[in-house]
Design a binder for this molecule. Structure first.
Ligand code: NAD
Ligand code: LMR
Length: 331
């Protein structure tokens, strides 16, 4: 393929990890930035011999795919090198939880990774830099990274709740017995944790209100919320490892939709007090992409009383997570 577009530089941390292995090939194939946009992958791993060795193997496999859009790779354990001139920085590298842990249990170990990365991205990434955080607890790690930035504004830092949106969409379709594509406008509010709010009250199925198609409202308030909120733990219990392919797929969706004007999707962003969230926390909410990489929060969604109550609970958890890492925040 020959294309005149300049390559987009995509930095990925944790590139030799599980999610990395399911993600890099999709980016290189064009699934994230489209079939006409060449990419340069800037792959960052922890300064650990085993991880860097594994990364070399992943890079060999990327070479062996002969992806026409892949115009170069950087392999490094130096964040200053890896984030240099990056247009997108995908912050995946962090410890995953094991059985019996909550994502917030990772705060102390993972939070500090995002201090250094936030600072370095702010210093060396491209002027149009965008950041997507996946490493858990994603909302709070994103807040930590964003707080380090002086040049890049908070809106450049987003965290992923798209996996939760995708999970919720599938559960609604299965319950209604319809094709997945019939389910629209299911958005995730709040934390990427069991307190997340899968706001079924504004979803539609086949053009009708989801609450009219699924008349079992006890299911919506109970098993539906529970299944989506605890899906990560169910996968860990079944697989013995946290979700990887579906997480990578959700990240492809997250970035692709943020690069597609008009796309409406769930993203965790600085709340600025919208929907009753504390203004300083990063909370999932529906956004509309305006220009590639930029978005506006959709503010007109009226939530039902049940979802409003749940928003208060997930907000409380985000505020508590913030209090637990307040010493890691700048500014
Ligand atoms: P993994 O252990 O397979 O891979 C993580 C990789 O990150 C490892 O290769 C490790 O060496 C690397 N790493 C650690 N510290 C680093 C650093 N400072 N810089 C660069 N690389 C570093 O884990 P995984 O399954 O790929 O999951 C990664 C993270 O994503 C976990 O925190 C997990 O909980 C999270 N996750 C989030 C979602 C979501 O929806 N937000 C979904 C799934 C997983
Ligand atoms: C998920 O939702 O699958 C991930 O966040 C992994 C986890 O710890 O649940």
């Amino acid at each position: 393929m020959s294309t005149t577009a300049s390559p987009i530089r995509v930095a990925v941390t944790g590139a030799a990890g599980q999610i990395g292995y399911a993600l890099l090939f999709r980016i290189a194939s064009g699934a994230m930035f489209g079939p006409d946009r060449p990419v340069i992958l800037q792959l960052i791993e922890a300064p650990v011999e085993k991880a860097m060795k594994a990364l070399e193997g992943v890079a060999m496999e990327l070479d062996d795919c002969a992806f026409p859009l892949l115009k170069g790779m950087v392999l490094t354990d130096q964040p200053e090198v890896g984030f240099k001139d990056a247009n997108w920085s995908l912050l995946v590298g962090a410890k995953p939880r094991g059985p019996g842990m909550e994502r917030a249990d990772l705060l102390k170990d993972n939070g500090k990774i995002f201090i250094g990365q936030g600072r370095i991205i702010d210093r060396v990434a491209a002027d149009d830099a965008r950041v997507a955080v996946v490493g858990n607890p994603a909302n709070t790690n994103c807040m930590i990274a964003a707080s380090q930035a002086k040049r890049l504004t908070p809106d450049r830092f987003t965290a992923m709740v798209r996996l939760d949106q995708n999970r919720a969409q599938t559960q609604l379709a299965k319950k209604a017995g319809v094709d997945l594509t019939a389910v629209k406008d299911i958005f995730i509010y709040g934390n990427h944790s069991p307190t997340m709010v899968s706001a079924y009250c504004n979803a539609t199925i086949g053009g009708k209100k989801a609450t009219e198609v699924i008349t079992d409202h006890a299911w919506l308030k109970g098993p539906f919320f529970e299944t989506v909120g605890k899906r990560g733990a169910a996968i860990i219990a079944a697989r013995g490892a946290s979700s990887a392919a579906s997480a990578a797929n959700a990240l492809v969706d997250h970035v692709r939709d943020l690069m597609t004007p008009g796309a409406i999707h769930s993203v965790a962003v600085k709340s600025n007090g919208l929907y009753g969230f504390d203004p300083e926390v990063w909370a999932g909410m529906p956004v509309r992409t305006t220009t590639p990489g930029s978005y506006e929060v959709i503010t007109g969604q009226e939530l039902c009383d049940f979802c409003k109550e749940r928003v208060a609970i997930t907000n409380k958890e985000l505020v508590e997570e913030r209090a637990a890492v307040v010493d890691m925040l700048q500014g």
